[in-house]
Write a protein of this length. Structure first.
Length: 307
């Protein structure tokens, strides 16, 4: 996999709030997307686009990945957004919300290229999978155009799309539990509503060489919950997670950066296998466990994340 700029903490910010955009540009987030869609009221759509264009030109974004979330494919605002944003050299990507059909993505990609002018490289597309239809079509969406670079999971709208009985973004409903029989005293264990959509999106991203970004924790003041949800995504193999408040950046980054112990163990695995190879062996025992090339590939992924 080609080394890319990280997108571990992907901060969302309303595009029309200039003060918040400036703070986002100066933040410790790896990536920022200025939102033209859900975070912007209809009366502010035009002002939000103007502010996004100005912010891309005027602010120092450092080495951040910078994106803009467009309005939906059927929005009357979309054409103007594409014309205004496509030529801007500092724009790395646009995020397409409620991505459901490959034909829509190919059309947006074509419109972006037509409007790009003298831009040296095309704007990347990052697709927000946030409906049942989008998840069903995720493989086709991932391969809908060569400029598609990432898949994001939209946890709030996805839960609404399937009819989940929850009003908390990113959190499983309290009633979603496995309940045992009377013999067990009706012991129950909570289940994870997002385990399947997260894995489904992640598999599609990995199959087609894209980055995978998990949706946000809506309880932005609960930093313990923020970090634990980020740890889940990081453990699964996601590249990053959306955050909706600057306070969530630090705990999210901690979750996606391997600990010193993890890095040390990963390096031990690589070194042990190198020694085994030198002796003509394809496997070795380390700490009472058999180590082979699959372990080495996993260890190298951890080392890469820590670099």
């Amino acid at each position: 996999m080609v080394h890319q700029r990280p997108s571990r903490a992907y901060l969302a910010v309303p595009a029309h709030r200039a003060n918040l955009v400036a703070k986002a540009a100066a933040s410790a987030a790896d990536a920022v997307f200025m939102d033209l869609e859900d975070a912007v009221p209809p009366s502010e759509k035009s002002a939000a686009l103007d502010q996004a264009v100005q912010s891309l030109a005027a602010l120092d974004w450092g080495n951040k990945r910078v994106a803009v979330r467009l309005n939906a494919v059927d929005s009357p605002c979309l054409a103007a957004e594409i014309r205004a944003l496509a030529p801007l050299s500092r724009l790395d990507a646009v995020i397409v919300p409620k991505a459901e059909r490959a034909s829509d993505i190919a059309a947006i990609a074509g419109e972006l290229r037509a409007a790009a002018g003298g831009r040296p490289a095309p704007v990347a597309l990052e697709l927000l999978i946030e409906t049942a239809l989008g998840l069903v079509n995720v493989d086709t969406l991932a391969t809908s155009h060569e400029s598609v670079a990432a898949l994001h999971l939209g946890v709030g709208d996805f839960a609404a799309s399937i009819g989940a009985r929850s009003s908390d973004i990113g959190v499983s409903p309290d009633g979603y539990r496995h309940v045992g029989s009377a013999h067990s005293g009706y012991a129950s264990a909570p289940l994870d509503l997002f385990a399947y959509p997260m894995m489904r999106l992640l598999v599609a991203a990995r199959a087609f060489g894209l980055r995978a970004i998990d949706g946000p924790c809506g309880a932005f003041r609960d930093l313990r919950l923020t970090e634990s949800m980020a740890q889940k995504a990081a453990a699964m193999g996601f590249d990053g997670k959306q955050v909706i408040h600057p306070d969530q950046i630090a705990p999210t980054l901690r979750a996606f950066v391997p600990s010193g112990e993890e890095l040390a163990q990963a390096r031990r695995i690589v070194e042990a296998m190198a020694q085994a190879e030198a002796q003509g062996q394809g496997a070795v025992t380390l700490d009472g466990k058999m180590i082979d090339y699959a372990n080495v590939r996993m260890a190298r992924r951890i080392i890469e994340l820590g670099s």
